[in-house]
Design a binder for this molecule. Sequence first.
Ligand code: COA
Length: 267
Amino acid sequence: MIDNMSIETTYQTLITESKNQIFYITINREDKLNALNIQTLTDIKNAVLSIYDEPSVRGVIITGKGSKAFAAGADIAEFANFTVEEGTRMSEEGHAVLRAIDHCPKPVIAAINGFALGGGNELAMSCHIRVCSEKARFGQPEVNLGITPGYAGTQRLAQLIGKGRALEFLMTGDMIDSATALQLGLVNHVVPAEELIAKCEEILNKIKTKAPMAIASVIRCVNAYYEKRADGNNVEINEFGNFFGSEDFIEGTKAFLEKRPANFRGN
Ligand code: COA
């Protein structure tokens, strides 16, 4: 599928650019707060895979268009009416896309310019390094919709910030600000909005001076430590898919789209 993909490929939902050995991927759905519909996920996967073996690229920066959102989650309007089978497939595909980022042999940095919610936070967590602007906000609000995270959020969040903090974050659905994200270890750096991309470039320019094979190996080795816990991913995919048959999930997504509080009944 990626045979025809190159760094020159254009994408329906992304703006991509290659400059000074860095590949820039910008999610281009600003009017929907860069929500990740299936097309966007497919485009991100193909864009990232296109540079795996591209010697002219030594690092990747993923960001969101505009000043408000990195990505405000999976596209609720798109998945609101999914069946259990479609929900399970959506989760499997999301896992595969984020695994392609996680396993990229070149360093991938999330430049988090605003809201990183649900799938947006999961996308950021699949990147090797996270840098955010002071006005970024983070959350896994899926429980407000009557569902769990479906793009490995339950797995990567616990790895990044520890089990207890992850459980509180996942169960309250609270949003946190950039200072709290730094304190929790969810992000590596917080910078003023106008310095966001420059900070990411500074990190990649330093990594660029190192041996590419050593960098790829570091990524493989660190990933290998977590792979042995990979069965948690399968649990998450099955749990996520099953929600598509629940009334609370239908109510949660309907309430969001109708811009009103959800009335959950526990079934
Ligand atoms: N999926 C689909 N559309 C989304 C979206 C998502 N995850 N997040 C935002 N949008 C859309 C809104 O529906 C709205 O579209 P409209 O103009 O056609 O009505 C547009 O993006 C702007 O969002 P809006 O809610 O009006 O902005 P806001 O500033 O009032 O609120 C948020 C910002 C991020 C707090 C709010 O959009 C939100 O809660 N988003 C959903 C977050 C979420 O639950 N993500 C997890 C999904 S699993």
